[in-house]
Design a protein around this ligand. Structure first.
Ligand SMILES: C[S@@+](CC[C@H](N)C(=O)[O-])C[C@H]1O[C@@H](n2cnc3c(N)ncnc32)[C@H](O)[C@@H]1O
Length: 215
């Protein structure tokens, strides 16, 4: 079984992150996890943080989660417009909204059943904040994750308890410099069931995707 990869031909890659190995690995994981997701959640609220071109959200709403409500967030205004355009280009669902802002700070606690995040994970000396209000090189913010590449990801990990619903599930992507096995140990100490779904060498990067659920 292989679900079709959504087309993103309406995207301008000077404005939004171009789908790359990390994006495609996330699609593979979501396809592998489809029965797990659908056996644990029904009619879920699905949120992708950092939707970029919208390829991942569109893949979820077209192929992975047959019935659900989809909320895609991004700090970039271009990404928020693009996810709607990509969904439309692929005849996606009407149950999709794009919310501009950081992570899921605009959402009511405990509303997200399925959370997916391909973060800005590349280590960099430059702090990731503050974000520009309107203008800015948004593609830089797509990649650079500050110290250890974990500045945004740790915020999301520590917020999971507040943002996920009772049976919520999160899938988060890491590169090797993020030290994902150390992250998994810390998250288990905080009461999470953490499962590495895939680890794969993609070009020069060793990428992995982990699943987080509350015990
Ligand atoms: C690596 S790209 C992933 C894009 C897309 N999900 C994919 O897999 O191709 C990271 C995305 O996260 C967004 N982003 C960065 N920091 C964010 C934050 N604090 N809150 C929400 N989105 C953020 C960026 O604008 C970018 O679109």
């Amino acid at each position: 079984m292989s679900f079709p990869t959504p087309s993103t031909s309406s995207a301008n890659y000077e404005e939004v992150y171009e789908p790359s190995e990390d994006s495609f690995m996330l699609l593979d994981v979501l396809e592998m996890e489809q029965s797990y997701i659908n056996s644990h959640l029904s009619y879920p609220v699905v949120t992708e943080i950092g939707t970029g071109s919208g390829i991942v959200t569109t893949f979820m709403l077209k192929s992975v989660v047959p019935k659900g409500v989809f909320l895609a967030t991004d700090i970039s205004p271009f990404a928020c417009n693009q996810v709607l355009a990509t969904s439309k280009e692929n005849n996606g669902t009407q149950y999709l909204e794009a919310l501009r802002g950081e992570r899921t700070t605009m959402m009511r606690p405990h509303t997200i059943d399925l959370l997916v995040f391909n973060p800005p994970y590349v280590p960099d000396d430059k702090p990731v904040e503050p974000y520009p209000e309107t203008d800015g090189d948004w593609v830089d913010w797509a990649l650079l994750g500050g110290e250890d590449g974990m500045q945004v990801t740790w915020k999301v990990l520590l917020e999971l308890k507040t943002i996920l619903s009772k049976n919520g599930i999160a899938y988060i992507l890491f590169c090797a410099s993020n030290k994902p096995e150390q992250v998994a140990v810390k998250m288990r100490e905080l009461g999470w069931i953490v499962t590495r779904i895939v680890e794969r060498k993609e070009g020069r990067e060793l990428l992995s995707v982990y699943r987080f659920e509350l015990k």
